[in-house]
Design a protein around this ligand. Structure first.
Ligand code: A2P
Length: 416
């Protein structure tokens, strides 16, 4: 008797459009460009996905970790997935088990990943694990199906009036509803109304700018740093749906919130941990949270160093400039980089790092040093180049240290 011809069964990798917050992390992480998106959805091309799973750990929501068993010939196409508002129900396959040849099995649901597939991909420059001393985070307590309602407790502009950068510090209070967060985590805001397809707006992700014990210590509230979006990446006028909604909120208004998100961009908690924080604009939110955590615990002997590199167009457009200037120099080593100050040369955070190369190198040599980078996508390469060069001129093997820091949850990148 001849064996039945195996039907080609595929464990198709899909992204849940209802949960996805369109943060682009999966597309950035995918080493084979299998993830793509339009203005509506992020999707996985079944012809390109090689099941390496590099995209799974960085996804803040878990929306990336969805799978459907389909016949390869009936795999959902990219065009189909782009039309979805929700995942399709699992198909019942009419294939005898012994006749099916499963093309690939996701590591998240299987005992073992395909043997030649690395657990994490080298193309990812930053850590996918938290520091060893990070507290355990809660994630995805609230989704679009059960969002929590928060009340606006305050909304203040934190850039100088009259400048192009209209950046707000927004405090959201959760009342008696649990919303536990750690420094470095983010949340999602569900703006009211519908998009151009008539579908409810998807959640927009914002880093939390306050420490775990609240914007006001002992209160169940968080703060966000939100820049009003008025132009797109190409400089064309556009009205950012969520940022304008948030910046226009008044005290007492309510907001629908999902999350919290993020399980690796978390601060270390051991007393000797050094934090090197590098950010631009609203990328300062997690740095503010971590700095404030350390400031509140200063008298508890948490003695690791804090070094901040913060870039903005001008001093007036740097969020929290005033409060930052009030922090003592023996608590935090602050380095600004202004790119558009009239009469001064353009300066980016990576230039400021090079100017402090000797001190950066001291921190790089210390196994307690944790690096956090948050802000514009473009600065990521510049910052990594600066770290490589500073290491090189100080006799530090950067490829080796880079790999070690990644592995040890000591190099965290969040750019957009
Ligand atoms: P630029 O003046 O060249 O735009 P924004 O205000 O748009 O959020 O930007 C914050 C800061 O980040 C600005 O000073 C901006 O400079 C700077 N920036 C832009 N591109 C890069 C880059 N590739 N590396 C580092 N900083 C950058």
């Amino acid at each position: 008797m001849t064996a039945p011809t195996p039907a080609e069964v595929l464990q198709q990798h899909l992204i849940d459009p209802e949960i996805c917050i369109r943060c682009n992390t999966c597309e950035e992480t995918c080493p084979v460009d299998a993830v793509t998106h339009d203005s509506r959805n992020y999707v996985v091309d079944p012809a390109k996905c090689n099941f390496c799973n590099a995209c799974l750990p960085p996804c803040p929501t878990g929306s990336i970790d969805n799978w459907r068993t389909v016949l390869r010939s009936e795999a959902y196409t990219v065009a189909e997935q782009l039309e979805w508002d929700e995942l399709p129900a699992p198909k019942v396959l009419d294939v005898p088990a012994d006749a099916a040849a499963v093309d690939a099995t996701p590591a998240s649901t299987a005992a073992a990943a395909p043997e030649d597939v690395p657990a994490t991909h080298d193309a990812v420059a930053g850590s996918q694990v938290p520091p060893w001393s990070a507290a355990h985070p809660y994630v995805n307590l609230y989704t679009h199906r059960n969002p929590v309602t928060a009340t606006v407790a305050g909304n203040y502009r934190v850039t100088e009036p009259g400048t192009d950068s209209d950046t707000h510090h927004i405090v959201l209070d959760f009342g008696a509803t649990p919303f536990p967060v750690l420094e470095g985590q983010s949340l999602g805001i569900l703006p009211p109304g519908t998009d151009e397809h008539g579908r409810a707006h998807h959640a927009r992700q914002y880093s939390i700018a306050s420490p775990r014990d609240g914007e006001r210590p002992g209160y169940n509230n968080v703060s966000l740093t939100v820049k009003r979006v008025t132009v797109d990446h190409a400089g064309q006028p556009v009205r950012g749906v969520a940022s304008n909604y948030l910046c226009d909120l008044e005290k007492g208004d309510t907001v629908r919130v999902v999350g919290p998100f993020g399980a690796s961009f978390l601060m270390p908690n051991h007393a000797a941990a050094n934090l090197m924080m590098i950010c631009t604009g609203t990328g300062s939110a997690p740095m503010r949270a971590m700095t404030e955590r350390r400031r509140r615990r200063r008298d508890r002997g948490e003695g690791g160093r804090l070094m901040l590199f913060f870039g903005a167009r001008t001093r007036e457009e740097l969020p929290y400039f005033g409060p930052l200037m009030n922090l003592p120099a023996d608590f935090i080593d602050i380095n600004f980089a202004f790119s558009r100050t009239v009469g001064e040369p353009k300066r980016y955070v990576q230039d400021a790092m090079r100017a402090r190369a000797d001190d950066v190198a001291v921190l790089l040599r210390d196994a307690n040093t944790h690096i956090y980078v948050c802000g514009l996508k473009g600065m990521e390469a510049g910052v990594l180049d600066a770290l490589r060069d500073i290491a090189g001129t100080n006799g530090i093997d950067w490829p080796d240290l880079h790999a070690q820091m990644k592995r040890e949850g000591r190099l965290h990148l969040e750019t957009y």
